[in-house]
Unconditional design. Structure first.
Length: 342
């Protein structure tokens, strides 16, 4: 098995050295070089041809985001961004980064090493498998769609992981305010989901917010599960759908978990739901999507040609959970098509 060649870009000498020392302990990783700014990084990329680059957002001489915007069209490379709690990370994802991790705030060396071993290493290994050609802004050819009849008590549930922030935006931006209520699990660190929800709310026609227990699932509204240590469940109170956010153990290595959400949708909404599984590593959401399909729901999976990581949709497809497999730019259109037949 060939080593994953990693380039570390960070302006802090101490953090750079710690990254190198900690990453190098993994037998599958070879740190081929380091850089303190984008200009050194550019030279190192040409010299070492890394498989993955870790990139700080805040860098001297040029920001990490601006560097990404210049780099990706000329030298596509899997990039894992290391960021403080800031919505700038979504600019980095938009510019072509594969994934991101939240840099610990005030921590000691032991905690930093735990962060690198438990979080950053995982992201680097996933990024090394990513299809960089699929990391690009997708322009939908979808004309304005609308529901042909009033739909009562229908729901759309979406799950995603690596590459999902941009994939979700690509789908949700094409929904109008007539779309049934939407619930989403996107694997993301705590704190970032609220900023992501606000960003979508500003850029989409639908209303988007980070979910809280008791939030109603209503047409034209999107609820995103908060990152952290709680799962999001769909419940029914009277004639209305609501969400419940409550603690629970990790499922498939994740909390919140797509499987937990999808399985609750299968129980509560049954055939009055559409389930959508997007790009991501692993198998989270596959069993839940199968439960939805068996309950009578319509299910859609993103196809391999447009996935950054064809993991979650592939597992779901392989076990028979996916009824319709679509390119990313066609998923919103297919959502309306199946809703109009329900």
């Amino acid at each position: 098995m060939s080593l994953i060649k990693v380039l570390v870009v960070d302006d802090s000498v101490v953090f750079r050295e710690l990254l190198v020392q900690s990453l190098s302990r993994d037998p599958s990783i070879q740190v081929v070089g380091t850089a303190k700014d984008p200009f050194e990084a550019r030279d190192a990329i040409l010299k070492y041809h890394p498989d993955v680059m870790t990139l700080d957002v805040e860098l001297p001489r040029m920001s990490g985001i601006e560097f990404l915007r210049k780099l990706m069209p000329q030298y596509p490379l899997p990039v894992v961004v290391i960021s403080a709690l800031s919505d700038k990370v979504f600019d980095a994802m938009n510019a072509g980064a594969v994934d991101f991790v939240a840099k610990p705030a005030v921590v000691n060396r032991t905690q930093l090493e735990e962060f690198i071993q438990n979080e950053l290493l995982v992201k680097i290994k996933i990024a090394s498998t990513a299809k960089i050609s699929n990391i690009k802004k997708t322009v939908s050819s979808m004309e304005s769609q609308q529901l042909t009849t009033a739909h009562k008590n229908l729901i759309v549930a979406i799950g995603a992981s690596t590459g999902g922030t941009e994939a979700i935006f690509s789908v949700v931006k094409d929904y109008g305010i007539d779309i049934p209520g939407i619930v989403i699990v996107q694997h993301m660190p705590p704190g970032f989901t609220q900023m992501y929800a606000k960003r979508l709310d500003n850029e989409c026609r639908v209303h988007v917010k980070e979910a809280q227990t008791g939030d109603r699932v209503m047409p034209g509204h999107v609820l995103i599960a908060p990152g952290g240590d709680k799962h999001m469940h769909l419940v029914k109170v009277g004639e209305n759908y609501q969400v419940e956010i409550k603690p629970g153990p990790k499922v498939n290595g994740h909390c919140p978990s797509v499987d937990v959400l999808f399985e609750s949708v299968a129980r509560v909404a049954k055939a009055k739901a559409v389930g959508i599984i997007l790009t991501g590593m692993g198998g989270d959401g596959a069993k839940g999507l199968l439960a939805m399909r068996r309950a009578g729901a319509k299910t859609i999976g993103q196809d391999e040609s447009t996935c950054v990581v064809y993991g979650m949709p592939k597992v779901a497809y392989d076990i028979g959970a996916v009824e319709y497999q679509e390119k990313l730019t066609d998923i919103a259109r297919k959502t309306y098509a199946v809703l109009n037949k329900m």
